[in-house]
Ligand binder design. Structure first.
Ligand code: SF4
Length: 328
């Protein structure tokens, strides 16, 4: 690990000021991803700004009837919070499907959004990787790409976002509150993470001098009809090959609204709102679920070792919709 300067921020304003004025600076809270990346020389910040004392560790009701998750609330405290568990069970289930208890006790909600891909080549500094070193090439496209993207990839990068929590937040339609030197702004979850395009080094639309202060959950939590389904190579402490978060608004046998988000398939949690709309005012049947699964995957592209994910994703969508509609 390279030497770095350690700065303790006292409040949000000073944290924003510190990151704006210190070269190659990074915030640290739980440190569950950043420290690993620093130890293996994938990231080399010169300044580390400790934000653990900013007081962003509360879960509060919003005026609109939703919940505000402070950016520094731990993943474990979020998953086991009474209101989250009761009103947004899809989020609790997704968080508890990820990482390990030790990591969930340390990792924060804001940090979860900013974790880096687990592409093997990104972590191997002896190989080319456009995300780690722009312009160097992508080792995964013609390499071992079992865990990689089948949707929204580019010729520069086929990495996937590794989070479970973010898949549920995408389905719920959360909003990320951020603060920068000039202003505060609210970023709809769909616009927070990016597709790789020509700049795979950029994972999100958060600016370098902005800090996440909270994640706001809307009033509707899909507590009656939901599912979080995660397919992975082993039963615990493994990233998703394909995961699916589903929330349904049902009126007797009919679906009034469907939310479907996929993890492990793209550079960001994947939602296809046009495909979701195919289920509006439709009966909860296997046939209708298969149609929407086919639509979501219609432009999917597999690589040498991950083609199986296309069929796996279709079946996972159908299965998760059946669980959410309670018809299995
Ligand atoms: Fe790097 Fe992305 Fe290619 Fe992985 S898929 S090697 S992260 S450029």
């Amino acid at each position: 690990m390279r030497p770095f300067k350690f700065i303790k921020a006292e409040d949000v304003d000073s944290a924003v000021s510190d990151i704006s004025t210190n070269e190659q600076a990074k915030f640290i809270a739980g440190g569950t991803n950043l420290l690993d990346l620093m130890k293996i020389d994938v990231m080399q910040p010169r300044n580390i700004i400790d934000i653990t004392g900013l007081g962003l560790n509360k879960i509060e009701e919003t005026g609109e009837g939703g919940l505000r998750l402070g950016a520094l609330v731990t993943n474990a405290d979020t998953a086991y919070h009474e209101e989250v568990h009761k009103k947004y069970p899809i989020l609790s289930h997704a968080i508890l499907a990820g990482a390990s208890p030790q990591l969930r006790n340390k990792a924060t909600d804001g940090g979860n959004l900013l974790q880096r891909t687990r592409c093997y080549y990104f972590y191997d500094t002896t190989t080319p990787c456009n995300k780690r070193e722009p312009g160097s090439g992508c080792s995964a496209i013609n390499g071992y790409n079992r865990m990689h993207a089948i949707l929204g990839a580019s010729e520069k990068c086929i990495a996937v976002h590794p989070s479970d929590m973010c898949v549920a937040l995408a389905a719920l339609g959360a909003v990320v509150q951020v603060e920068g030197p000039e202003a505060k702004r609210a970023i709809p979850f769909d616009n927070f993470h990016r597709l790789p395009g020509d700049e795979p080094e950029k994972d999100t639309n958060l600016l370098a001098d902005e800090i996440i202060t909270s994640i706001d959950l809307p009033p509707e939590g899909f507590a009656e009809n939901f599912a979080y389904l995660k397919n992975r190579d082993r039963a615990s402490y493994a990233f998703a090959l394909v995961s699916v978060a589903v929330g349904l608004q049902m009126n007797n046998e009919k679906i009034e609204e469907a939310r479907i988000a996929l993890g492990g398939v793209a550079h960001k949690p994947w939602r296809d709102k046009k495909a979701e709309a195919l289920l509006q005012n439709k009966a909860a049947t296997m046939e209708n679920f298969q149609k929407v699964a086919d639509e979501i995957l219609k432009e999917a592209k597999g690589y040498t070792y991950n083609k199986f994910k296309i069929e796996l994703a279709k079946r996972s969508i159908v299965r998760a919709l059946m669980q959410a509609a309670k018809i299995d």
